[in-house]
Design a protein around this ligand. Structure first.
Ligand SMILES: [Mn+2]
Length: 113
């Protein structure tokens, strides 16, 4: 599904970005994004103390979905469910996470968000 570009039809942006003074903070992209993920905003190796977002989403955007649904892979999808979701736009969860020496702390969850 990833190789065929199907996931990008439902999730067209990167999984997260740095947080700092600006909402979409700078310096996350010292290396260029891979060709198959041009909207990736963070290509650096994470280090302790860095704060990033983790923001998975699922979107129902006709201009992105319809070419996939009407293409050779279309038979693999439940069109009825997708049609029911048309008009809702989609959903995204966005957590703010600080990298620690042995993992991460989810700041959003700690605040009850
Ligand atoms: Mn964001």
């Amino acid at each position: 599904m990833v190789e065929q570009g199907v996931t990008r039809a439902f999730f067209p942006h990167g999984i997260g970005h740095f947080l700092g003074i600006k909402v979409h903070d700078v310096a996350g992209k010292l290396e260029p994004s891979p060709a198959d993920a041009p909207f990736l905003r963070l290509t650096r190796t994470l280090e302790e103390g860095m704060v990033v977002t983790i923001e998975p989403g699922l979107y129902i955007i006709p201009s992105l979905l319809d070419p996939v649904l009407n293409g050779p892979l279309g038979e693999h999808f439940n069109h009825e469910v997708i049609d029911d979701l048309r008009g809702c736009g989609g959903i995204r969860i966005e957590d703010n996470v600080v990298v620690t020496a042995d993992g991460a702390r989810n700041l959003t969850r700690e605040m009850g968000g």
